[in-house]
Every structure is written in C-alpha cells, then in structure tokens.
Design a protein around this ligand. Structure first.
Ligand code: GLC
Ligand code: GLC
Length: 807
C-alpha cells in the first residue's frame, strides 16, 4: 500500500494523507539553522546544535507521537482546522504534503477555503519561513481568523525537559508589533534570542502556554482558538510560546498571503540591549530587519528559486538516465539528498535520534563522507581534518567528537579498532574525487593537542600501523571494544542493567575481528596507493606485504569452510561459525572480505556469498546474523541484548547490505548484486509502505529481520550510514563509475535488462557524458577513441568529455 507518490519532475514525494504509519519527515536548512518537519507540520528548529541551541520544543515520548512544531488554526465560522491536519485533527476535504529538496509544502482545503503553506529555510539565513496563502474558493464571503503557535524551548533541550524547578521561573519574552521575542537567559549569559514574526497587523497574540491552551486542553483545542480571543498574554516563567491572531474577511475568490518567520539572532555583548541593560529591553533591530526582509513576497519567491538552484547544482553532479524510473529517482534525487542530510546532521537529530545525545562518530563521519564528497568536496576536506584531529599518536582514536567543540568525547570512549582504517577510506575517497593531494600535507594535531601537529599523511600511516600493532594470536586484528558492529562486544562484559556495553570496564582480551582484517586488506591497499603517489615506494611495498600476510591469515584462520568467520572471542572461541548454536554466520565479514578481494581467486568468495544468500537473505534484505541470539551472552555483549530479528541481532541492518552487493559485483554476479540493492531500496518497496512504515523516500537503519515478529518493518529512518554506502554501491559499482586516483574507472555491473543508459558525472571540474550499451565488442571510448583498460583520465576543468561504454 502507498500513501503518496514520487513527483520526479519536481523532486518531491507527495504524501496524500496525514495518516501515514509514522510521521514522515523532511529537513529544512543547509548551513546553521535547521528544522525537522513532519507531514503534519511537527518537528522543531535549532541553530547549529540540536541539543544546546534548540529554538522550539519537542516533547519526547509524546502521544500522539508528533505534536508541536509549526501550528496553525483556521476558524471558519466555528469550524476549526489546521492546514497541516495537526494539531486540530479536523478531517480535511483535501490534503497534500509535498516534501521537496529543503522545503515542504502543504496544500489543504476545508469548506471552500484553500491553503498553501510553504516551509523552508533560506540559504545561509538563520530563520525558517512559513508562507501561508489562504484563499476563499467558495461563493460566499468568509470571516476567517487564523491563529499561529510555536512553543519555545529554553535553549538546552536536555535541561529544558528536566530542570523544571528552575525553568518554570526563567522564561521571558517581549512583544512589539507583530513580533514576539523569546529572550530567556538573555539577561545573563546568553547573547542570542529567537523571534516569531508575521508580516501583518495582528488582532491579538499570546505568549503564555497555559493561558493559550486553558486548564485541561491540549494543542488540538486551545481555549484561545475555541473562544475566538487571544489573551495578549506576556509570559513570565512557565512555558513561553509565540502565537499570533489574524482576522480577515475574504470575498469569493479572494486570497491573502501571510508570511511567518521564526528567526535566530546573535549579538555582540555591547549591542545586546536597547538602552541600559537594567531596563531589560533587547536590541530588536537585527530581528526587525530579518523579519522585514524575509516577510516579503518577492524575497520569498527569490529565496525559493535560489534554494532550487542550490539543489540543482548539488544533484547535477551525478545524474543517471537508466530507463528505470525507480532507480533514477533514488540515484538522482533521494539517495543523494539523504547523503547531504547525514552530512548536515550526522547522527544528531531525527525522529529516532533525539538531538540531545550522540556527537559525531569517528567511523560514521568517515563513511558518510563517501556519499557526499562529490557534492561538497571543500566541506568534506574540512571534515576529514576535524576527524583526524581526534586521533591519538598510536593511531587509535576517540570514538566520537562534539561538533561545537570538535573535541573527543570521553563518554563514548576509544579503542574501537576499526575506527582508524575508516580515516584512510575517506581520505582516499576525497583525493580520488578531487585530485587534491595537498590535503596529505595539512598539519593536523593528535587529540587536538597543540604542538603535536603532523601532516595528515602521518595520521594515515598511524591508522595503518595501528592494526599491525594490535594483532592477536591468529595474526588477525584485535577487535578492541568493538569493530563496525558496535554491539559485538568481546572485550567488555556487562552484567549491570543500564550500563553502556561499549564503555564498561574492559578485560584483558585477545578477541580478534575477521571484519577488521578485511578492512585492512581493502583500505591498506588504498594506503599503499597513496604511498606510491608520495614516492614512498618502499613503504608501499612493505604495506602490500602486510596486506598479503593478512589475506593469508584470513584464509588460514578466518575461514569456516563455507563462509568467513566473524571473530574469535576472548576465550579464543569462534564467533560466527557452523560450530555455534546461534550466530553461525554474519554478513559483515562476507561483504568486507570479498570487497577486499580475499578468496576471489581461490573460490572462498563465491562460497561465502552463496552461504550468505542461503542463510541470511530473505524477501526484505540480507540479515546481519543468523540464527539470531535467543538469550543473553555475557561474552558477546549488546548484540545478544536485542530480541531476535532486531538491530544488530539479526535485523536487515541496511548499512551493510551494500557491502554484500559490492561483494557480488566483485565476483561478477550482477543479478544478485542488483537484487540486494533492490530489496532495501526505498523506491522499490514503496508499495509495501504499510509494512515498511518509515518514509518511502529514504533509507532506514534497520528493517526487522526474518526471525522478528514483524519482518519488513523499518526503524530509524534518515540518519544512517546506509545513505552513503548505498550511493557508493549504486553509483560506483552497479552503474560502475568509480573515482580512483588516476581518473574515473568505468566498470558497470548490472543485470541484463539494463541494456542502455546514460550518466552525467561532474568530476574534477569536467563533465563526463557517459553512454552505455550492450555489445560483444566490449570497451571504453573517450572522445571516439578506444582506450586501454577502463580508467578515463581526468580532463581539464570545464571540458565536456564524451565517453562511450560497450558492456
Ligand atoms: C550504528 C552506529 C555505527 C555502527 C552501527 C552498527 O549505526 O552509528 O557506528 O557501525 O550502528 O553497530
Ligand atoms: C547501540 C546501537 C548501535 C549503535 C550504538 C551507538 O549500541 O545498537 O546500533 O551503534 O548504540 O552508540
């Protein structure tokens, strides 16, 4: 069942009912000011940091799930309705929510009144614009009142939802004209305030939540709306809100445009006040200017146009025309859009990430980069240097850092032994994309300590050596607290309810990871290539010898007969082996080892992938592990804490399915490679939205697995490394256009029925127009000339290069 449809022309997903299985959201903003917005107008805004600079409130665990956000009420002769359906819940005559690139539009109607509400954040501006156009399409004159509402958050979202004894006393606002200012704590240490304005003369306002709602009402039926009277309240403490009342008489056919702005203002200390600080009157000038500028119809049109151009530019760098609409819309629109969202948000703020928790993960950020480096290479460069700065001299790294301070986060700890190798992966990807080797010479400190700055290249060397310096009894890499699978904790045994599995006291252990071994072979080879480019030939040779040793160690000790083992635990017992009762086979080492090429020539690779298909793959994807663990295993950690079929314990953990797919391309199995891609790809499973439940335009982290009670049900949409990896898979391996150090490698691997297609790829400033067709005469032609091999060298900036591929 579907709840809407893709409008590819407009790059929108159009939701046709508010009754989606879950809130289906979108993101507004691209630089510092962001908003989450659901298909019923829910969500919240923040400036830079979703925890520390939260502008509007979100109630966690609220019922119904999605109250708050941008609220509008229309009172038409006693019928009260909301253009976004919530909060009033009045059934609408018509409803549409169009989630587009950086904007969301609601088109609704009731009793002959039609509204169009457009929500977006102008590029590089610290505000959200809500433009409401309201039209009387009936043949009678209508007296309408419109009431808006936002609820302010007292900045720190955690403190806001816990520290009531203080917070109920500190809320402060000012109201002047049609602008409501939220200035809590501005009198003391803050130099920022928020405002909520409307570009019209108001007929009343409210800023005190309790008076607005009334004693026993909630947002669906605020007393001020029901009674048709705003209280003109000025909040002192409790919960400050911003609510405007507008009243109009519209004749048949008449329409009115109203622009609301939710803005954020920061001022230097000496400009904070209008007059003496003791008077407590804030300097409103910058807010008034911002409100006036963006509360203008022409400006809004222009800004919407600029936003469209911005996305045209970002998405214009990889455009496929494969003849398969579903594929094209994922590649050209939604998959890349999601990659940019993970760039902006990392894992901070979604409807599943509270915005109050996690910082930026080391491995997560490195992998996200693989998906957006082609769109924002300059910002990717900066990100790499930030990440490298939380590495230690040993090559190990903090597992997370805080985006505001860019410092390692001690709560999340260190010693996740895959982390260092991801730094090689993203740096290589950056150079392959840009050809910018200068990044390797950038001086980057270790653990952000002044005086420890070394060229980035030395960080990569430290990463490579970290694995070698931490080998176990089978010459396989020690796993440390965990590798990519945060929940396979072979080193830290937890018996305390509520304790973190990753950071509880760890024991001396020689648990080893076959997955990291695969990573070492894959990314170690990239390190060796970079050594070559730097002219460090001996180092490159030495690195390749180590890689060879590691491959041999995997085949000698990491092979279980039919598939790759997952690990050795702290007792030296096998994890992910036919000898185990549960947890016999894991997806990660099959994907990673084959991607690295291990066992490709000697036959293990094909065997491993066959086992993977037989044991892990079902209708909705390839599960992480099977059979799932049925009871808690102290020595395996968090993985066995999840009920079977969920999260790391045997869901389809979408992040690693692309590894499996890429692995299939490595052994030339185009059909299954594509099937793996298709099974979890949002556009292909749109028809089962009632089962899948999360947004059909983006990937979710997990889909409940074959052993769960609800196979196919997804959770945790949007902020997942799945976005980057699926884009790498489809763009670089299935469509097969892969940036490498020496140019674009063209190696498509697609099922037979894709027989003709075109891709436009912007690469190092040149445009490659690549056309593919099937032929027995295989090869690659550049500008009409057949080239040797399949690497198209980088052209000059501004060139348009015609590439023909016969596959
Ligand atoms: C989460 C984490 C990621 C980890 C994955 C598997 O997505 O953010 O770092 O690799 O879970 O455990
Ligand atoms: C939990 C999750 C895992 C995630 C980790 C992040 O362990 O199961 O997916 O990576 O938290 O800290």
């Amino acid at each position: 069942m579907k709840y809407g449809f893709f409008d590819d022309e407009k790059r929108e997903y159009v939701i046709e009912t508010p009754f989606t299985p879950l809130p289906w959201i979108n993101y507004l903003g691209s630089q510092e000011f962001f908003g989450l917005i659901s298909n019923t107008g829910g969500g919240y805004c923040f400036y830079r940091d979703a925890k520390l600079r939260r502008l509007t409130r979100f109630r966690y665990n609220c019922v119904p799930r999605d109250t708050g956000g941008r609220m509008f009420y229309i009172n038409d002769n006693g019928t009260i309705w909301s253009p976004t359906f919530l909060p009033s819940k009045t059934p609408l005559d018509s409803y549409r929510c169009r989630h587009g690139m950086g904007y969301t539009i609601f088109e609704s109607g009731k009793n002959g009144v039609e509204t169009q509400l457009t929500c977006f954040v102008p590029l590089d501006v610290n505000c959200e614009v809500n433009r409401l156009v309201i039209k009387n399409s009936s043949d009678m004159t209508k007296d309408l009142s419109i009431v808006s509402a936002v609820e302010f958050c007292l900045w720190n979202a955690v403190d806001d939802s816990t520290n009531f004894q203080r917070n109920y006393n500190i809320g402060e606002v000012e109201v002047e004209g049609s602008v409501i200012y939220h200035k809590t704590e501005y009198r003391e240490r803050r130099n920022h305030y928020a405002f909520y304005s409307v570009n019209q003369k108001t007929a009343g306002f409210d800023t005190d939540l309790d008076s607005f709602l009334g004693r026993f009402n909630s947002y669906d039926t605020p007393q001020a709306v029901i009674n048709g009277r705003s209280g003109n309240t000025v909040a002192h403490g409790w919960s400050p809100i911003g609510s405007h009342r507008l009243e109009y008489t519209l004749s048949p056919g008449e329409e009115k445009e109203i622009i609301f702005i939710l803005g954020y203002i920061e001022l230097p200390g000496n400009e904070k006040w209008e007059g003496p600080a003791a008077n407590g009157v804030i300097n409103k000038k910058p807010a008034q200017e911002l409100a006036a500028k963006y509360g203008n119809s022409e400006t809004v049109k222009k800004e919407l146009g600029d936003l469209a151009l911005y996305w045209n530019d970002l998405l214009g760098r990889y455009e496929a025309d494969t003849g398969d609409k579903k594929l094209d819309r994922m590649v050209n629109i939604w998959n890349q859009y999601q990659c940019m969202t993970t760039f902006n948000m990392s894992r901070s703020a979604s409807y599943y990430e509270s915005g109050t928790g996690r910082g930026m993960g080391f491995r997560d950020s490195c992998q996200d980069l693989l998906g957006f480096v082609h769109m924002v290479p300059g910002r990717a460069r900066e990100r790499i240097l930030d990440i490298a700065a939380i590495q230690f001299k040993s090559g190990g790294a903090w597992h997370q850092y805080q985006p505001l301070t860019k410092r390692g986060n001690a709560d999340a700890g260190m010693g996740f032994n895959d982390d260092p190798l991801w730094l090689i992966a993203c740096t290589y990807a950056y150079i392959a994309e840009t050809g910018d080797y200068s990044i390797l010479d950038e001086l980057v400190p270790f653990d952000n300590k002044e005086g420890t700055e070394r060229p980035l290249f030395e960080h990569l060397r430290a990463s490579f050596n970290y694995t070698l310096n931490n080998l176990g009894p089978h010459k396989l890499p020690l796993i440390g607290r965990a590798d990519w699978n945060d929940c396979l904790n072979l080193n830290c045994f937890s018996e305390e309810p509520g304790e973190s599995f990753q950071t509880c006291a760890n024991i001396e252990s020689e648990a080893e990871s076959v997955f990291i071994a695969g990573m070492f072979v894959l990314y170690g080879a990239q390190f060796a290539e970079l050594c070559d480019k730097k002219g460090y030939t001996d180092e490159a040779d030495a690195a390749r010898r180590e890689i060879k040793n590691m491959s041999e160690a995997v085949l000698a000790h990491g092979w279980d007969g039919e598939w790759f083992l997952r690990a050795y635990d702290s007792n030296g017992d096998k994890v992910g082996s036919k000898e185990c009762n549960d947890g016999k086979i894991f997806i990660e080492p099959q994907g990673m080892c084959v991607m690295a090429g291990i066992g490709v020539d000697s036959g293990e690779a094909v065997k491993a992938l066959t086992s993977m298909k037989e044991r892990l793959t079902f209708e909705y994807g390839t599960c992480l592990v099977a059979p799932a663990y049925k009871e808690y295993h102290l020595k395996l950690g968090e993985i066995s804490s999840y009920p079977p079929g969920y999260k790391e314990n045997g869901s389809v953990f979408c992040h690693n399915n692309p590894w499996a797919s890429i692995a299939e391309t490595r052994v030339g199995n185009a059909e299954e490679a594509f099937e793996i891609y298709r099974r979890t790809c949002p556009a292909y499973i749109e028809n089962i939205s009632e089962i899948h439940r999360t947004e059909p335009y983006v990937y979710s982290q997990t889909i409940a697995g074959q052993e769960s009670p609800a196979p196919g049900e997804a959770k945790n949409s949007w902020l997942t490394g799945t976005a980057a990896w699926t884009f790498v898979n489809i763009s670089q391996y299935l469509l097969g256009i892969r940036p490498e150090l020496d140019g674009l490698r063209i190696a498509p691997c697609l099922p037979k029925h894709y027989d003709k297609m075109r891709v436009k790829r912007v690469y190092r400033g040149a445009v490659y127009e690549i056309s593919f067709e099937r032929s027995i005469d295989k090869g690659v032609w550049v500008g009409g000339k057949k080239i040797e091999g399949n690497i198209v060298p980088a052209a000059n900036e501004g060139d348009v290069v015609q590439v023909k591929v016969q596959m």
